[in-house]
Design a protein around this ligand. Structure first.
Ligand SMILES: *[C@@H]1O[C@H](CO)[C@@H](O)[C@H](O)[C@H]1NC(C)=O
Ligand SMILES: *[C@@H]1O[C@H](CO)[C@@H](O)[C@H](O)[C@H]1NC(C)=O
Ligand SMILES: *[C@@H]1O[C@H](CO)[C@@H](O)[C@H](O)[C@H]1NC(C)=O
Ligand SMILES: *[C@@H]1O[C@H](CO)[C@@H](O)[C@H](O)[C@H]1NC(C)=O
Ligand SMILES: *[C@@H]1O[C@H](CO)[C@@H](O)[C@H](O)[C@H]1NC(C)=O
Ligand SMILES: *[C@@H]1O[C@H](CO)[C@@H](O)[C@H](O)[C@H]1NC(C)=O
Ligand SMILES: *[C@@H]1O[C@H](CO)[C@@H](O)[C@H](O)[C@H]1NC(C)=O
Ligand SMILES: *[C@@H]1O[C@H](CO)[C@@H](O)[C@H](O)[C@H]1NC(C)=O
Ligand SMILES: *[C@@H]1O[C@H](CO)[C@@H](O)[C@H](O)[C@H]1NC(C)=O
Ligand SMILES: *[C@@H]1O[C@H](CO)[C@@H](O)[C@H](O)[C@H]1NC(C)=O
Ligand SMILES: *[C@@H]1O[C@H](CO)[C@@H](O)[C@H](O)[C@H]1NC(C)=O
Ligand SMILES: *[C@@H]1O[C@H](CO)[C@@H](O)[C@H](O)[C@H]1NC(C)=O
Length: 420
């Protein structure tokens, strides 16, 4: 709340300074003039920099006369992403690259370049252009406009960016905003106050009444999941699945939701084509979608993306939780082989959501006879296996030393008897 108030204060201060119309609208068109991205937004920047060695803050808005730079593009098929690149002032730019997956689109990466030699914003600073970026900041369903009136803070190293009053849509088919909306989580607080707060039948072994939220639940049981594609089984996965979500509570404190998937209550579905595969696991109100891709040049499959959606405990400020990451590279193995890891792996979806997997063995795309192929062990396991080998070697060395000492001792005592 403190932060939101800070930003509100910032807006008010800027308004007084005559920046009243910080709100601006931008469009990207393709070569035929078709609009593919529209963005109406207010963007406030706070940048920390050094002035004569002293820490200073520069606070400013994206000006209305920011220009849509020629590097902006609608993207070409699956070879390049749609990009909105806004230039302003003396060499500053803000870019949003979009990507789509399944039925969603997202701002895959936000990049902000700022030119510290711009004396109108940065007093007596160095002559450098700096770059900061953040991945996966905004997600919305395809064919809907993303709407977020509330403040959305993006905190990066030395730079905080605050979006507000955002209406944005990419992958437009019609040249205008779609009628349907995807509302951001920040706005849902007020509009979904009537959402029934059915207590979550959480199977997390942390009782909601537990006074010790740090108590760890036991490891999740291993479930066996499969997906059938046009040519038979195309995903075969054994794993224990645990979700770890950090969320804001109504009292502004942070809460932690640890949830173990119970295999026999988990339903699985999915699809496969030649280069991508989806494994969709639903447990009560929680869904995790794994997206696998094929690296054709190395003939390896890998986990490229994870989507998480769940309903948080009723103490959460925003009951509905969603997170996704589409630029991962995990669980990698050669097609025809299986990936195996006995150690726990923590897949970072966002800074608020972790998917922990236990005792995983997985194979995607080519699965002969519906059985796992040759095993490719994860690095963590290989490292763990080194320990017994080292201990074993050390023990063998010790035995050898004792034996040698014994033999030498025996020889000495023999010699001793002979001198008598
Ligand atoms: C919010 O955005 C709408 C259009 O999406 C615009 O008409 C309105 O002036 C904006 N409000 C503020 C306070 O910037
Ligand atoms: C944008 O507006 C600011 C003042 O609001 C002005 O100083 C600047 O020259 C303008 N830039 C362009 C490219 O028009
Ligand atoms: C997109 O990629 C797939 C395979 O990765 C390919 O078959 C398809 O032709 C591509 N589409 C475009 C428009 O490039
Ligand atoms: C996003 O766009 C920026 C600027 O064009 C570029 O540097 C960056 O590599 C792009 N990121 C992705 C994931 O495409
Ligand atoms: C910038 O720094 C120099 C020396 O470091 C100083 O002489 C000058 O007054 C400073 N200018 C401003 C505007 O602070
Ligand atoms: C960004 O926000 C954090 C938390 O509110 C604050 O500690 C930090 O100083 C801010 N940084 C900048 C550059 O404004
Ligand atoms: C395109 O926009 C028109 C109104 O401008 C609307 O009637 C139509 O349903 C839209 N089509 C799609 C596919 O969204
Ligand atoms: C938009 O919403 C309406 C009513 O909720 C629904 O019937 C329709 O299918 C939605 N359209 C799209 C493109 O999602
Ligand atoms: C998994 O395999 C079993 C039998 O091998 C089959 O009955 C079931 O439909 C498969 N599940 C999926 C999601 O393909
Ligand atoms: C859950 O996530 C929090 C924050 O990222 C982390 O501190 C904690 O160790 C995680 N716990 C487990 C069991 O993964
Ligand atoms: C299914 O098998 C056929 C023939 O082997 C192949 O051409 C096709 O690409 C396969 N499809 C998938 C989704 O694996
Ligand atoms: C995942 O499965 C659920 C039902 O089990 C379904 O409603 C949903 O559309 C599926 N999502 C995807 C991306 O396949």
């Amino acid at each position: 709340m403190a932060r939101a108030q800070g930003a509100r204060g910032l807006l008010a201060a800027a308004a007084l300074l005559g920046f009243l119309q910080a709100f601006s609208s931008f469009e990207v068109k393709d070569s035929s003039g078709k609009v593919c991205i529209i963005a109406d937004l207010t963007v406030a920047f706070s940048v920390e920099y050094k002035s004569n060695g002293q820490k200073e803050f520069a606070r400013f808005f994206l000006p209305q006369n920011a220009t849509v730079e020629p590097q902006s593009s609608c993207g070409k098929g699956n070879t390049s992403h749609p990009i909105l690149l806004l230039g302003f002032g003396a060499g500053h730019s803000l870019s949003l690259n979009f990507s789509e997956y399944a039925d969603k689109y997202q701002v895959e990466e936000l990049v902000f370049h700022y030119n510290l030699s711009d004396a109108t914003l940065f007093h007596n600073s160095t002559a450098e252009v700096k770059r900061v970026s953040q991945k996966n900041i905004i997600q919305a369903s395809l064919g809907t406009q993303y709407r977020c009136i509330n403040f959305k803070h993006i905190n990066m190293k030395n730079v905080n960016i605050t979006f507000s009053n955002v209406t944005l849509e990419a992958y437009l088919t019609n040249g205008t905003f779609s009628m349907n909306k995807t509302e951001c989580a920040e706005d849902m607080v007020s509009t979904t106050a009537v959402v029934p707060t059915t207590p979550k039948q959480t199977t997390s072994q942390v009782p909601t009444t537990s006074p010790a939220p740090s108590a760890l639940p036991s490891n999740p049981a291993v479930g066996k999941y499969n997906v059938t594609g046009p040519n038979g089984t195309c995903v075969l996965a054994y794993m224990g699945l645990q979700l770890n979500i950090t969320y804001l509570k109504k009292d502004e404190k942070m809460g932690l939701d640890l949830l173990n998937f119970i295999p026999h209550n988990t339903s699985s579905s999915g699809t496969c084509d030649n280069t991508s595969a989806i494994l969709n696991l639903t447990f009560e109100k929680t869904r995790v979608i794994f997206r696998f891709a094929l690296n054709a040049s190395t003939e390896k499959f890998f986990l490229q993306g994870v989507n998480v959606s769940t309903t948080l405990p009723s103490e959460a400020k925003v009951p509905k939780f969603e997170a996704s990451n589409n630029s991962m590279s995990e669980l990698r193995a050669t097609v025809g082989n299986s990936y195996k890891c006995s150690a726990e792996e923590n897949l970072q979806v966002t800074d608020k959501a972790l998917v922990n997997i236990f005792n995983v063995q997985i194979q995607v795309f080519k699965i002969d006879g519906d059985k796992f192929g040759a095993v490719e062990e994860c690095q963590l396991d290989e490292n763990n296996m080194l320990i017994p080998i080292i201990v074993g070697a050390a023990l063998a060395g010790l035995v050898l030393i004792v034996l040698i000492a014994y033999l030498i001792g025996r020889k000495r005592s023999h010699a001793g008897y002979q001198t008598i």
